[in-house]
Write a new protein. Sequence first.
Length: 80
Amino acid sequence: ADALQQVSNSHVPEKARALVATFLDMLRDDKDSPLGGMDYSAPEANAYEFQSGGVIAMLKRLQDEFRSQLSTCQKEEMNS
């Protein structure tokens, strides 16, 4: 209602005032409509699902293999 009064008191064309009035009436009158009413809220979004668990597991397995191979190579080098 305050917005409509501000629009009415300023130097806004009649067509723009009519549009604002229609819009405000639509918000006030149609609260059951999903697009009307001031209490409308967006639906809850789906949460992000972590998808790289397989990649991380593979990298950890490779790290273990590389450390094992490095240890083997260092032992061979010390014994030669």
